[in-house]
Design a protein around this ligand. Structure first.
Ligand code: AMP
Length: 226
């Protein structure tokens, strides 16, 4: 199965991407992860991408499309893949169409995770991270530590990421909306978009997403084709 996953910051896209790919036994391909691997390995591509990422810009299309093209040519993607973070604009979507057409294949579905802005802001703006371990994550309302400001797992100091502040989250949502609206239009024209509510528990959203692509055990409530 060849899937594309789209969703705003705070929708749990990364969490769902990993679970969907594992459940469907397909490769999870995240352009952000691919760039981070190149940066860690110090490749020329990584050094180039790093400049753009640090400046808060998108990496140029020719570099990004090249990375994806190389990745999709690997044998481990033959069983299928789930793209996460790509395409981010119509030019990348067209490039992807071309790459897939060359291999005689196409996408099976575009899963669009949908969540109200107010919920994203509450999820992200209330998030607190532990300085000692990034995986120790709390929420001031939904998962508060016993002692405010202190990690309940290791006692580390809790802090709020700069880009998790409300004004910044609103800005990220605006950028996301303008970026993805055109990508969604591109795939709506091909009848590929299925919208799934990202509200609820991780497992509920996963079940909904699987049902929406015809791989679930439960009825596709909370989904719509649009
Ligand atoms: P992410 O982990 O998806 O947030 O990606 C981290 C950074 O990598 C982004 O802020 C961009 O600079 C870059 N990046 C990831 N995916 C793309 C893409 N499809 N096109 C251009 N730049 C990207």
């Amino acid at each position: 199965m060849r899937l594309l996953l789209i969703g705003p910051p705070g929708a749990g896209k990364g969490t769902q991407a990993v679970r969907l790919a594992a459940h469907l036994s397909i490769q999870h391909i995240s352009t952000g992860d691919l760039f981070r691997e190149h940066i860690a390995q110090g490749t020329e591509l990584g050094q180039n991408a790093d400049k753009h990422i640090r400046a808060g810009r998108l990496v140029p299309d020719e570099v990004t499309v090249g990375v994806i093209e190389e990745c999709l040519a690997r044998p481990d993607t033959e069983r299928g893949f789930l793209l996460d973070g790509f395409p981010r604009n119509p030019a990348q979507a067209e490039a992807l169409d071309g790459i897939l057409a060359d291999t005689g294949s196409g996408l099976d579905a575009v899963l669009n995770l949908e969540i109200p802005d107010a919920e994203v802001i509450s999820r992200i703006a209330g998030r607190r991270l532990c300085r000692q371990d990034r995986e120790h994550i709390f929420h001031v309302d939904h998962n508060p530590p016993e002692v405010a400001g202190t990690c309940a797992v290791c006692g580390g100091e809790l802090y709020q990421r700069d880009d998790d502040r409300e004004a910044t989250v609103r800005r990220r949502l605006e950028v996301y909306g303008s970026e993805t609206a055109l990508v969604l239009d591109h795939y709506r024209a091909q009848g590929l978009v299925t919208t799934v509510s990202a509200l609820g528990r991780v497992q509920e959203v996963l079940d909904r997403a699987l049902a929406a692509i015809g791989k679930g055990r439960v009825a596709a409530s909370g989904t719509s084709s649009n």
